[in-house]
Write a protein that binds this ligand. Sequence first.
Ligand code: ADE
Ligand code: ZN
Length: 339
Amino acid sequence: MEAFIRSLPKVELHLHIEGTLEPELMFRLAERNGVTLPYPDVEAVRAAYQFEDLQSFLDLYYQGAQVLLEEQDFYDLTWAYLEHCHADNVLHTEIFFDPQTHTDRGVPFEKVIRGIRRALDDGRERLGISSELILSFLRHLSEESAFQTLEEAMPWREQFIGVGLDSGEVGNPPEKFERVFAKARKLGLRVVAHAGEEGPPEYIWQALDLLKVERIDHGVRSLEDPALVERLRDSGMPLTVCPLSNVKLRVFERMEDHNLLRLMEAGLKVTVNSDDPAYFGGYMTDNFRAVQHAFGLGCEQLVQLSRNAVDAAFLSDERRAELNAALDAALQAGLERAV
Ligand code: ADE
Ligand code: ZN
């Protein structure tokens, strides 16, 4: 099973590039850029990663991002993530970046997107990993700031495929960004939003009805509302679930308490993702391993999770067919090994 999980072709749809900043790289960049970190060493940073909730994590996440100043920093960050993808057999990834985290510190948008893009282009060429970028608005900031960010991104319109919504959820409902998302859709951008991670089912309804999203990021609280489950199931709405993240941020106390299997059994299009792997203790293979172990998932269920991600990804027909063929082959090999 371990070998099957490692070699399973994977597609990641919920990953914050700023959340892939490992403490070692954080220290290297701090030194390179003359930034003083409030920790003596890497071990102290890791020891600080004990979170009570989403906000206690976000405080450290925004603090860590302060070492990212130059285009090369964003390149190095993204390249390190792609090396993890390669090791985990992630064949396609759709990556969030939070421009406001950087532009509000005076780092030009251009440095952020150029650095990330250059690494993604190298990843495609050298590692065969296809990828897309999703510009994510910080929901604790104003609607006006989101509009400004979208405006600032316009010269780079061809470099990202869609927009998302992240940061502190409770108290910042999707309705706050209805007009920005309408504008993004008018520009032909794909739309997704974090909803129902800590926030109530009502926020998921709003993401669907007001933002008109194509995927719900997290969505684990949907099970509290049977009418919402029906809506998600009947519309085939994908959920980008992040198991290790949910346990680390105490949405569920233990992996065994996670509702991933119940979501699948309710007929929802569940995918597995790593969210902020440097902070939550694992990349894609680690997340698959954790849910397989907690719920005793078999090869078919694991392949189904990857298949859902292929369906839900913003892919060309040609690339989608390639990835589905890779999954067919993996399932066949898994079943043959089992007999
Ligand atoms: N930003 C980075 N990770 C996040 C998460 N899990 N929820 C909301 N905002 C985030
Ligand atoms: Zn997230």
